[in-house]
Design a protein. Structure first.
Length: 117
């Protein structure tokens, strides 16, 4: 069974940086889009960034210029480099792998990112 395993979360002061990683364990293939989402307490899960198999990226306005998403398709791994962290970035971050044919979405278990002011 495929699982997505995230790592790299933690506690950091405002202005600091963190790098999240998400790797798939088990056999996985034809992943079209890899991405990161986050969910803060009392709020809905929101998109942070995505990267398609061709390399095109998409970012939430709130993280543009501060976060960078990258992927290693051969290793089925996606990364999220976060700079200039703000208290409002505090959330549980989830990775997502999407296959479009046939359609299926994989989710990680989440990793906590806490930014102190």
């Amino acid at each position: 069974q495929v699982q997505l395993v995230e790592s790299g979360g933690g506690l950091v002061q405002a202005g600091g940086s963190l790098r999240l990683s998400c790797a798939a364990s088990g056999r996985i293939f034809s992943i079209n889009v890899m991405g990161w989402y986050r969910q803060a307490p009392g709020k809905e899960r929101e998109l942070v960034a995505t990267i398609a198999s061709g390399g095109s990226t998409n970012y939430a306005d709130s993280v543009k210029g501060r976060f960078t998403i990258s992927r290693d398709s051969a290793k089925n791994t996606v990364y999220l480099q976060m700079y200039g962290l703000k208290p409002e970035d505090t959330a549980v971050y989830y990775c997502n792998f999407l296959r479009t044919s046939p359609w299926y979405a994989y989710w990680g278990q989440g990793t906590q990112v806490t930014v102190s002011s």
